[in-house]
Write a protein that binds this ligand. Sequence first.
Ligand code: MD3
Ligand code: FE
Length: 200
Amino acid sequence: MTPGLRYLPGHLALPDQRQLVENLRAAVAAAPLFVPVMPRTGRPFSVRMTNLGPLGWVSDRGGYRYQPGHPVSGTPWPPIPPLLLDLWRSLSGYPHDPEACLVNFYSGGAKMGLHRDEDEEDFSAPVVSVSLGDTAVFRIGGPDRGGRTTTIKLQSGDVLVMGGAARLCYHGIDRVLGGTSTLLKDGGRINLTLRRVRKP
Ligand code: MD3
Ligand code: FE
């Protein structure tokens, strides 16, 4: 397996998953899901997104970047809930709190192509990810595009910590398996990624 990847199946108990969904419902009311588009082409992502924390990741025709407010309303992103800060403090091994929590919402046939997370200034911090709702087929490769890849089925409550060499590996979501979880009333999947953006 990839050095620096920690896969923690079922790390988050059901009551904590439910708590997070409740936190996210309130957050999405304040900072609605938006549809990012690809730089230059303007092709829409199939995943809808929002963010929590001082900075949020956005993508538009101008490029990928982190910014302090919502791309439509300009409103500051809602705070990162305490449960997620506790999770980061217990798993990241990094002495500063995350600055961004990207919220990805997958419904219908949404997927995410292979990519690297490289818009951050500080790669010494890991990315911590939480999966909620329907199971996803997650693919991870190495540091170069076109290398061999492996897949992991990510279920609700699974946590991934991507540190060390894994931090800059290619990864993506091939598909989401509908009807595999009852956590979200209308189905679908939420992925949360906690990130450090700037050097402390
Ligand atoms: C491996 N999200 O938001 S989470 C993303 O399930 C992203 O929505 C996927 O890729 C999702 O950028 C995958 C697991 C994950 C997150 C960050 C990583 C894997 C990673 C960063 C580096 C390497
Ligand atoms: Fe990613």
